[in-house]
Design a protein around this ligand. Structure first.
Ligand code: ACO
Length: 388
């Protein structure tokens, strides 16, 4: 028998181990503060746009008018997909998950743009433009393809958010819908070191191409422990069904030690600031596009959870109200995680660019817990040795 020889402490999930030194975003979970490059999320949600925020995250400063115009123009110009990518996506099974479709399509960009010059600012800018421009087109294309339609061409007259909703629904969205969706993208653009960002950085640390980096992050975000909670929150509201069922539902969850989706957070111990903004966005949408009775259930649920679990630091998180916003925008439930991915491309790219400036390959260690000096048993002797 072997012995386990610990050389250092093993921390499952690398919990609380810093994986980078970063100046991109900051969270204060006790005070409910989220800042991108030092600017509060409330201010950005109110005054900025997603593309301006993406620029801020990636280049570290708010763009000048000329910089923003050039950035938006270049993204508009690169939104289209090559016909071979569209044809490839037409071969995907329509029952497949949109996150798998996105991961595959994003990785395929590396086949078309295989030149890699990671120390060239112009190359980095082109990759940023291409990914921010094409990821939404990929998500919309898969949605149309799986409904049996051809993807539609991006509309050069529409801005980033409006064009995405247009490509998804084949109708030009109302201005309020485009504005709210744009704010949702800003809110989801970045959130310090998290699992998909870490995944992006591990891949990036090998100096592979940025398309592989983003594909890794999309694959990581796809899992239910990371990106899937908005969809689960809405499923839960469907399951609860009416305001009267809220209290018994919460009681049953507490009794059976089942977590209530859209509540609780590893970092925030007060209400997630993004949840507060999303709630107000949902209310604006209900006023303009029609009321959603699920909102009554959501309000009651938040009240009861506050009453029963607030003392433990369990409050609404970003995913609780984002499902209601996406539902009001007519976005199908299994596209909620791809919405998250479209936004988070900005944060992943910001971390990619930051790491390139001082890269060191991630190569952690392990604590070996296996055997040593085990004799090789020839195949004709194995069954015998197992029975003796
Ligand atoms: N419902 C009920 N109880 C909860 C919940 C919840 N959603 N979240 C935490 N708690 C309880 C825990 O059981 C624990 O109770 P205990 O002290 O009696 O054992 C206590 O509150 C403290 O919880 P933590 O240990 O601090 O929570 P942790 O950091 O382990 O988990 C997590 C955070 C995974 C997000 C959890 O809250 C959860 O599963 N929430 C539901 C899923 C969800 O909404 N995920 C999205 C998070 S936001 C994002 O990823 C973008």
């Amino acid at each position: 028998m072997s012995e386990i020889t610990p050389q250092c402490e093993y921390i499952p999930g690398l919990s609380n181990i810093p994986a980078a030194q970063s100046s991109i975003s900051h969270v204060d979970g006790q005070r409910g503060i989220l800042e991108y490059r030092g600017i509060s999320i409330q201010e950005l949600a109110q005054k900025s746009t997603f593309l301006e925020t993406a620029y801020l995250l990636i280049w570290g400063h708010l763009p000048s008018q000329a910089e923003l115009e050039a950035f938006e123009r270049d993204i508009r110009y690169h939104r289209r997909l090559k016909y071979r990518i569209r044809d490839m996506m037409k071969c995907f099974p329509e029952t497949g998950h949109p996150m798998d479709a996105l991961q595959t399509a994003a990785a395929s960009l590396g086949l078309f743009h295989s030149r890699r010059v990671l120390d060239d600012e112009a190359y980095i800018r082109r990759a940023v433009i291409r990914l921010l421009a094409k990821v939404p087109t990929m998500v919309a294309a898969f949605e149309l393809i799986r409904r049996g339609n051809n993807p539609i061409t991006p509309d050069d007259d529409l801005d980033y958010a409006a064009n995405f909703l247009y490509m998804l629904t084949e109708r030009e969205p109302k201005p309020i819908a485009a504005r709210v969706f744009d704010t949702c993208l800003t809110l989801h653009a970045e959130h310090t070191m998290n699992t998909s960002t870490f995944s992006a950085l591990v891949t990036a640390s090998t100096l592979t191409d940025p398309y592989g980096v983003i594909a890794s992050a999309v694959g990581t975000l796809a899992g239910p422990l990371h990106g899937g909670a908005a969809e689960e929150s809405l499923n839960m509201l469907t399951e609860i069904g009416s305001v009267n069922n809220v209290r018994p539902y919460v009681d049953a969850c507490i009794q059976n030690q089942r977590n209530i989706m859209g509540f609780g957070h590893r970092v925030y111990k007060v209400k997630d600031p993004r949840a507060t903004i999303l709630q107000s966005l949902a209310e604006q949408l209900f006023e303009e596009l029609g009321y959603d009775p699920y909102y009554d259930i959501a309000l009651e649920l938040e009240k009861v959870v506050e009453e029963k679990l607030g003392f433990k630091g369990v409050h609404a998180n970003v995913d609780f109200y984002s499902g209601l916003v996406y539902r009001a925008l007519g976005i199908p439930r299994d596209l909620f995680t791809p919405m998250f991915a479209i936004a988070r491309v900005a944060g992943w790219l910001a971390h990619w660019k930051e790491q390139l400036a001082a890269n060191r390959i991630f190569r952690p260690t392990q604590i070996y817990a296996g055997s040593h000096e085990v004799p090789y048993i020839s195949i004709d002797q194995r069954e015998k040795s197992l029975t003796t």
